[in-house]
Design a protein around this ligand. Structure first.
Ligand code: CA
Length: 444
C-alpha cells in the first residue's frame, strides 16, 4: 500500500469534467487504454482517461510535456499495444502517473515548467469520438477460480452430494485459457454451437448452447514478467502487476457440463472473453486496500502464499455490478436491470497470491499476459457473479421490469458490467464498462 499526493482527495484538474463527484476518471485515477479517433485510419496508440477526455500521450510527448523517465514511459505508449510500456516496470509507470498528475492538476497548483494549459488542451480527444483497441498483445491468458462463494454455489447446484474440492482452500486454482477470442467491450457475442448431452439421453447432439451465461471477473495485466525457471515471490508479486480491468468470461453451461470431465472447460469458454477498454493501475487502487482474513477454522496459506503485509492490505475493495438489457429494454427505453452487485474484497485468494502460485513451479509470465480473477461472487444470492448461481441453474428465473424472465441469456440480450471504488476521504474512481450483446447462433 503506497499512498502519495496523487491520491489527495482535494486535488482538482483544470479540466472541469474530471472534477464531478461521480466522474469515473478523476485526476486520481488516470487509467490507460489504446485508442484512435473512431472511423479513421489513424494508428492505435496509448492514452489516459481524464474526465470525458482521452489524453493522447503521443501528442503530450511531442509538445515537450514530459521529461526523464516519464518521457521515456510516455514514448513507449506511442505504439498500438502497451506491452513495451508495461515491460518498463513499476518505477516507469509511477513516473508517468506523477507527471500526468502534475501537468493536468489545477493551474494554480501547477509547476510553471512545461507546456501551458492551451498546449495540453490540444492533446485531448473526447472519449465520445474514439474507438478502442486491445491494450496488449496478450501472449497467454489464465483464468482463475478464486471465489469460495462461487465455488460453493456451483458445488451445491451441480453436485448436491459433493463438497468443495479440498485443494480450493490451499491454492488459487486455474486453467489455461484462449487468447484469440478475447475482445473489447462492444464485441458481438455469437451464441456458440457445441456438444451437449440432453437430459435423459445417452448420446450427445451438436446444437446451439441453450444455457449461455456470463461470469463477472476482473482482468489482471502482468507488467514486468519473470525468467522461466524462476518464481515471483508473493511479497514482490504486485510489482509485476500493472493494473486491472473488467472481464466477462462468457460460459456455455450445457456444453461445459458434458465436456469438462476430465480436462476442464474447452468450447464452453473458448468462443469469447470480453474486456473493458480502460486499465486501472495498481497505484490508483492503493487507497482501496483492506484487511485479508481467513475464517479461523480454514487452512491458513502456506508461507509462499503469504507476505508480511497480506493480512493487513491483501484485499481490494472493488465494487462490481452486472446489468441485463434485453431487446425489450431497448425498445421501451428502460435502463438495464441490475442483476447483482458485489465486491472483489470477498475473494478467497488475492492478486499477489495468484501471481506467486502461477510462477512457483518456474512458469514464466510475460508483459501483457492476462489473468482472470475467476467469477466474483459474494456471500449472498444478490452478490452472485453468474446467472447459473442467481437462477439456481435455471430453477428460479430472474424477473425483469419488462415482464420477461431469464434463466440464461437469450439472443439480443446485452450484459453490462461496471466497476468502481469509493472510500471516505478518497476520490471515487471508476473502471468504465464492459458490454456484450448476444447474436443468434450460426447454422440455425
Ligand atoms: Ca471464469
Amino acid at each position: 500500500m503506497r499512498l502519495d499526493h496523487t491520491h489527495d482527495l482535494a486535488a482538482k484538474s483544470w479540466l472541469e469534467s474530471a472534477n464531478d463527484d461521480d466522474a469515473s476518471f478523476p485526476l486520481q485515477n488516470l487509467p490507460f487504454a489504446v485508442f484512435r479517433r473512431a472511423g479513421t485510419a489513424e494508428a492505435f496508440r496509448g492514452g489516459v482517461a481524464l474526465g470525458d477526455q482521452v489524453i493522447d500521450l503521443t501528442r503530450v510527448v511531442e509538445a515537450g510535456g514530459f521529461s526523464g523517465l516519464a518521457a521515456q514511459a510516455a514514448s513507449a505508449c506511442a505504439q498500438p499495444t502497451l506491452n513495451g510500456f508495461l515491460a518498463m516496470g513499476a518505477d516507469a509507470w509511477r513516473a508517468l502517473r506523477h507527471a500526468l498528475f502534475d501537468r493536468f492538476k489545477a493551474q494554480d497548483e501547477r509547476e510553471r515548467a512545461g507546456p501551458g494549459v492551451a498546449a495540453l488542451k490540444r492533446c485531448l480527444v473526447p472519449q465520445a469520438d474514439v474507438e478502442y483497441g486491445l491494450p496488449m498483445q496478450i501472449g497467454d491468458y489464465t483464468d482463475f477460480y478464486t471465489s469460495i462463494d462461487h465455488a460453493r454455489n456451483i458445488v451445491n447446484l451441480l453436485r448436491p452430494d459433493g463438497s468443495l474440492s479440498p485443494n480450493f482452500q490451499w491454492m488459487p486454482l486455474a486453467y489455461h485459457g484462449r487468447v484469440s477470442s478475447i475482445g473489447l467491450s462492444g464485441q458481438p457475442i455469437r451464441r456458440p454451437l457445441g456438444q451437449r448431452l440432453p437430459t435423459g439421453q445417452r448420446e450427445p447432439e451438436l446444437a446451439p448452447c441453450a444455457r449461455l451465461d456470463y461470469e463477472l471477473e476482473l482482468g489482471i495485466f502482468i507488467g514486468a514478467g519473470n525468467e522461466q525457471g524462476t518464481r515471483i515471490p508473493v511479497a514482490r508479486a504486485e510489482e509485476h502487476v500493472f493494473g486491472l480491468c473488467l472481464l466477462n468470461d462468457w460460459s456455455a453451461r450445457d456444453i461445459q457440463s458434458w465436456e469438462s470431465v476430465p480436462l476442464g472447460p474447452f468450447l464452453a469458454k473458448n468462443f469469447a472473453t470480453t474486456l473493458s477498454p480502460w486499465i486501472v493501475t495498481m497505484d490508483a487502487l492503493a487507497p482501496f486496500r483492506g484487511a485479508w482474513t481467513r475464517p479461523s477454522g480454514d487452512p491458513q496459506p502456506l508461507p509462499y502464499l503469504c507476505a508480511p503485509e497480506t493480512p493487513a492490505y491483501g484485499a481490494l475493495d472493488i465494487q462490481l455490478e452486472v446489468a441485463l438489457e434485453t431487446a425489450n429494454h431497448r425498445r421501451n427505453g428502460i435502463a438495464p436491470t441490475r442483476l447483482s452487485r458485489t465486491s472483489f474484497r470477498h475473494q478467497y485468494w488475492t492478486v499477489a497470491q495468484m501471481v506467486a502460485h502461477h510462477t512457483v513451479g518456474g512458469c514464466n509470465l510475460r508483459s501483457g499476459d492476462l489473468l482472470g480473477s475467476g467469477t466474483v461472487s459474494g456471500p449472498t444470492r444478490a452478490e452472485a457473479g453468474a446467472l447459473i448461481e442467481l437462477t439456481e441453474a435455471g430453477k428460479t428465473p430472474v424477473r425483469l421490469p419488462t415482464g420477461e424472465t431469464r434463466s440464461f441469456l437469450e439472443d439480443g440480450d446485452a450484459v453490462v458490467m461496471t466497476g468502481w471504488c469509493e472510500r471516505t476521504g478518497y476520490a471515487r474512481i471508476g473502471f468504465g464498462e464492459s458490454r456484450g450483446e448476444i447474436l443468434p447462433a450460426h447454422g440455425e
